[in-house]
Write a protein that binds this ligand. Structure first.
Ligand SMILES: Nc1ncnc2c1ncn2[C@@H]1O[C@H](COP(=O)(O)OP(=O)(O)OP(=O)(O)O)[C@@H](O)[C@H]1O
Length: 332
């Protein structure tokens, strides 16, 4: 794999609306060809950050650069570098898909002949060719999302920013959207994708950034975030059929400490425990169980998902705001 090359660089970005701080000292880097999942509850500051990145809003302080170009100072160059799909398609009555793309292609200054070729290409990339003669308003939401993405690709930008692309899609359309996003990243595009459908994002993102109240709470790979948020692991032991789970639980409790709770599922022949142990220490637990004669079919760690990470960050934020010296409060 080629070396990581920073393409989106946000440094100490702050945006105020009067006294209200919408983005608070945000720093974040996205590398070429990566997909960043940009996550946060309503009002966290995602759209404000995106607006600064695409040159539609100016920061109060700090910088945002794409491919070295300052988003605030060189906004016309930025528009060439970025394809942006906002949440919501807009109203385009009486326009067929091909006309719609032609309209935006012309707005980007793509010459007519080249435009026809490019429209065919972006329809192909987004598997939308069959829709080209349909009226935009007659398309399903999922189809409109694909056409919206086709539109962002017209001028072949390096960075694509999609606000909630999977919002309102049915499960099949979500799978297709995921495949499309992965395909775009494989074509060396860099993607920033916001979503509330967290498990959906976790499958495709190289990097996740969690924002609450304008502040970056966690950033990195999903594994890294899980690791930073909580070292606690959930281990699941599937017993061989007929093996009594209560007996396995008793043995396990003699091996584990009191702060490593053990639960039993009789119906599934399963025993679970929570622990802070390393892989080495877990392998010793497994060894002792086997030595004690417990018949084990599977011993595995349950992967916590992005939803857990997200909720944990939100909870931590709320707790810190209830404390006398919240992290986001300026020093007195
Ligand atoms: N033009 C504005 N004037 C004043 N406040 C604003 C303005 N734009 C955004 N805000 C405030 O800044 C905060 C961040 O808004 P933003 O739209 O960036 O959040 P978001 O994370 O995109 O939320 P959502 O998921 O709901 O779209 C909100 O509290 C919002 O009310």
């Amino acid at each position: 794999m080629s070396e990581l090359q920073p393409i989106v660089e946000i440094q100490n970005l702050t945006k105020r609306y009067g006294d209200f701080v919408a983005i608070d000292d945000l720093s974040l880097t996205v590398h070429r060809g990566q997909i960043l999942g940009f996550i946060g509850p309503n009002g966290a500051g995602k759209t404000t950050t995106i607006k600064i990145l695409v040159g539609l809003a100016k920061p109060t302080s700090g910088t945002a650069r794409i491919a070295g170009v300052d988003c605030a100072k060189q906004s016309s160059t930025i528009k060439r570098l970025v394809g942006y799909m906002p949440d919501g398609f807009g109203a385009y009555d009486n326009m067929r898909v091909r006309e719609y793309l032609d309209f935006f292609g012309a707005a980007f200054g793509i010459p007519r002949r080249q435009r026809q070729r490019r429209i065919a290409e972006v329809l192909e990339i987004t598997s939308s060719t069959y829709m080209q003669d349909r009226f935009v308003e007659s398309l399903s939401h999922g189809m409109q999302q694909r056409v919206g993405i086709a539109r962002t690709l017209l001028h072949d930008p390096e960075v694509l920013i999609f606000d909630e692309p999977a919002n309102g899609l049915d499960p099949q359309a979500r799978i297709e959207m995921r495949e499309l996003l992965l395909h775009l990243a494989a074509c060396d595009k860099t993607l920033i994708v916001t979503s509330h459908i967290l498990p959906e994002l976790s499958r495709i993102c190289d990097q996740v950034a969690i924002l609450t109240h304008g502040r970056l709470r966690a950033a990195g790979s999903l594994e890294q975030i899980m690791h930073d948020l909580s070292q606690r692991r959930m281990i699941e032991i599937q017993l061989l059929a007929g093996e009594p789970p209560d007996q396995a639980k008793q043995v396990l409790q003699t091996i584990l400490q009191a702060d490593e709770p053990v639960t039993v599922s009789q119906a599934e022949s399963m025993v679970r425990f929570e622990t802070l142990r390393s892989d080495d220490a877990l392998s010793e637990v497994l060894g002792k169980l086997i030595q004690a004669g417990v018949k084990i079919a599977q011993f595995r760690e349950l992967q916590a998902d992005l939803e857990d990470a997200f909720l944990s960050v939100i909870r931590q934020t709320e707790e810190s705001q209830e404390s006398p010296l919240p992290a986001s409060t300026p020093s007195r």
